[in-house]
Design a protein around this ligand. Structure first.
Ligand code: NAP
Length: 472
C-alpha cells in the first residue's frame, strides 16, 4: 500500500521518505530517509508564537546529529501528526468542555487522539512523541496508555544513567547505568477492575468466595463491598519481554539481566514471571547466558554480593525481589545493568531510578513492539512552564537517541550523547569555581549547583544549540 492510499482527513502524507520495514523478529530495517511521525505534545512540548517547545528543540538536535554523522546520506523525514490539545483544536474546534463531558468515552478519546494520527502511526510504524496531558475526569484512559495498547507496544524501555556533573541525591549515582525493560501490556495496567459494591464486582467476588472456595481458604471471605482488580501475567507476555531484554544486552554487550518480581507473595503472577524469564533465557540463549544459581552450583560463592557481570563472557541472568531491588539500586547500582520486570514494579522503579541520578529532565523512554515503536519523554507536560522555552528538552532528545540506536544509527546517537555530556560537564566545571560562572544548562540542572539558582539556567533552545556545538 502507498501512503497516498491512506485516506487522511486533514493530514497530508510526506512527499519524500520511506516506510520502515521489519525483519521476522520485529526489528527494523531502516531506510536512509525514514518517515517518523512527530507528536509535538501538550504544555512544554508545544511551540507557541515562535517560542519553541522542547519537541521542536529536540528535533533540531536530532537532525543536526544525523547530518553531522552521515553528511546528507541519511535524513529523517518528520511527519507532524496531532494528539492532545492540538488535535482537539484542529479536528474538533467546536466541541466545548461541557460537550466533551457528555460524549461517550470513545468519542472523547477521538478528540485527543484522532483517527488520522492512528492511521499515520499504523502506516509508518514509528513516532517520536512529546508529553501529553491526561484530561482529569475524562471517561477514557490516558492517551499515552491507549497508544501503547493500540499498537501492542509491549516493552517500555527506560535507560537510566548518570551524567557526570549533574548533582544527584545519592553518592552512588555515578555508578548507575541501568536499562529498564518494563512490561507494558499486562499486569494491573490492563485496567481489568471493577468498582466496589457494583453488581459486576460482586459477581467476581461471589465466584471467588463460593465457586473457587476462597471463603474457606482465607481467614474471612472477601468482602462483597470490595473493589476488585485482576493482575493477569502470561508466559507469552513475559517471554516476549525477557527475550527483548536479553537480545538488547547481547547487542550492547551488557553484563547482566535481572528479573525483578514480587514472587514471594504473588507466586502465580510475579513468581511465574521469574520462572518463565529463566525458562526463555535457557531455551533460547543457552550459550550466551549463565544464571546465578548455576554459578552457585559451580561453587562460585559470592553470597553477600553479586558476581561482577559477564562470567566467562556470558550474560549473567539473576532475579531480585522487588522490595530488595529498591535498596539494591541505591546501595549496589554497579551490580545491575538490564532489568526486566512486570508493569507496576517497572513504573515505580523507573521513577526511583530517574530521581537517583538527578531528576526527570534527562529520563528518556521507548515503547517497543514487534514492528512498531513510539519514543517519548517520561515526564509530563509541566504546564506551569508552557510557552517559556525553559523546561529541559533532554528527555525527548535522549528518547531520540534511543530511537536512533533502535534504527541502527549509532553514530548519530553517540554524537548527541557526547554533546550532552560535554555541555553538562562544562557547566559543572564553571559552577565548581564558584558563583557567577557561565552555564549552558536549563534551570532544573542549574539550580542544583552550589551557589546557583534556577535563574542561572539558559533557555531550553540555547541548551539545545550548545549540545549541537559540542557534538564531536
Ligand atoms: P510533570 O509534567 O512531569 O511535572 C512535574 C514536575 O517535574 C515539574 O513541575 C518539574 O519540576 C519537573 N519536570 C517535568 N518535566 C521537566 C522537564 N522537561 N524539565 C525540567 N523539569 C521537569 O508531572 P505532572 O505535573 O504530574 O503532570 C502534568 C501532566 O502531564 C498530567 O496531565 C499528566 O497526566 C501528564 N503526564 C504525561 C506523561 C506522558 O506524556 N508520557 C507522563 C507523565 C504525566 P519543578 O516544578 O521542580 O521544576
Amino acid at each position: 500500500m502507498a501512503a497516498s492510499d491512506v485516506n487522511f482527513e486533514k493530514l497530508i502524507a510526506p512527499s519524500q521518505g520511506e516506510r520502515f520495514t521489519f525483519d521476522s523478529s520485529g526489528d527494523p530495517d531502516t531506510p536512509d530517509n525514514p518517515v517518523v511521525c512527530l507528536i509535538e505534545g501538550d504544555g512544554i512540548g508545544r511551540t507557541f508564537d515562535g517560542v519553541p517547545g522542547i519537541t521542536e528543540t529536540s528535533v533540531e538536535v536530532i537532525d543536526a546529529a544525523v547530518e553531522k554523522a552521515y553528511g546528507g546520506k541519511r535524513k529523517i523525514e518528520w511527519f507532524n501528526v496531532h494528539a492532545g490539545d492540538a488535535s482537539r483544536e484542529i479536528y474538533f474546534p467546536d466541541v466545548t468542555d461541557e460537550d466533551l463531558k457528555g460524549l461517550p468515552p470513545q468519542r472523547q478519546r477521538d478528540c485527543y487522539l484522532p483517527q488520522d494520527t492512528l492511521k499515520a502511526i499504523d502506516y509508518y510504524k514509528v513516532a517520536l512523541k512529546g508529553p501529553l496531558t491526561t484530561p482529569i475526569g475524562g471517561g477514557f484512559s490516558s492517551i499515552n496508555v491507549a497508544l501503547r495498547q493500540i499498537f501492542n507496544l509491549y516493552v517500555c524501555l527506560r535507560p537510566v544513567r548518570h551524567y557526570p556533573g549533574v548533582p544527584a541525591p545519592n553518592v552512588n549515582a555515578p555508578k548507575v547505568n541501568m536499562h529498564l525493560f518494563r512490561e507494558n501490556a499486562e499486569d494491573v495496567y490492563m485496567g481489568v477492575e471493577e468498582v466496589g459494591g457494583t453488581e459486576r464486582a460482586q459477581k467476581i467476588i461471589n465466584l471467588l468466595n463460593e465457586e473457587l472456595d476462597y471463603k474457606n481458604r482465607l481467614a474471612e471471605p472477601i468482602k462483597l463491598s470490595s473493589g476488585v482488580g485482576i493482575k493477569p501475567i502470561s508466559p507469552e507476555g513475559t517471554k516476549r519481554l525477557v527475550r527483548r531484554a536479553i537480545k538488547y544486552a547481547i547487542n550492547l554487550g551488557l553484563p547482566s539481566v535481572t528479573l525483578v518480581h514480587k514472587g514471594n507473595i504473588m507466586k502465580f503472577t510475579e513468581g511465574a514471571f521469574k520462572n518463565w524469564g529463566y525458562e526463555i533465557a535457557k531455551e533460547e540463549f543457552r550459550d550466551k547466558i549463565v544464571t546465578e544459581d548455576e554459578l552457585w552450583a559451580d561453587g562460585d560463592t559470592f553470597r553477600g554480593g553479586a558476581p561482577k557481570g559477564n562470567p566467562g563472557g556470558r550474560i549473567l541472568v539473576k532475579d531480585r525481589i522487588a522490595d530488595s531491588m529498591f535498596q539494591q539500586i541505591q546501595l549496589r547500582p554497579e551490580d545491575y545493568s538490564v532489568i526486566a520486570t512486570p508493569n507496576l514494579n517497572g513504573d515505580y522503579l523507573s521513577d526511583a531510578l530517574a530521581a537517583l541520578v538527578g531528576g526527570l529532565g534527562l529520563a528518556p523512554g521507548a515503547n517497543i513492539g514487534d514492528g512498531a515503536a513510539i519514543f517519548e519523554a517520561t515526564h509530563g507536560t509541566a504546564p506551569k512552564y508552557t510557552g517559556q522555552d525553559k523546561a529541559n528538552p533532554g528527555s525527548i532528545i535522549l528518547s531520540g537517541v534511543l530511537m536512533l540506536r533502535w534504527m541502527g544509527w549509532a553514530e548519530a546517537a553517540d554524537l548527541i550523547e557526547r554533546g550532552i555530556e560535554t555541555t553538562i560537564n562544562e557547566s559543572a566545571e564553571a559552577a565548581s569555581k564558584g558563583p557567577g560562572g557561565k552555564l549552558y544548562v536549563t534551570y532544573d540542572i542549574a539550580r542544583q549547583f552550589e551557589g546557583y539558582s534556577e535563574k542561572d539556567g539558559v533557555k531550553a533552545s540555547e541548551f539545545g544549540k550548545r549540545i549541537i556545538q559540542n557534538m564531536a
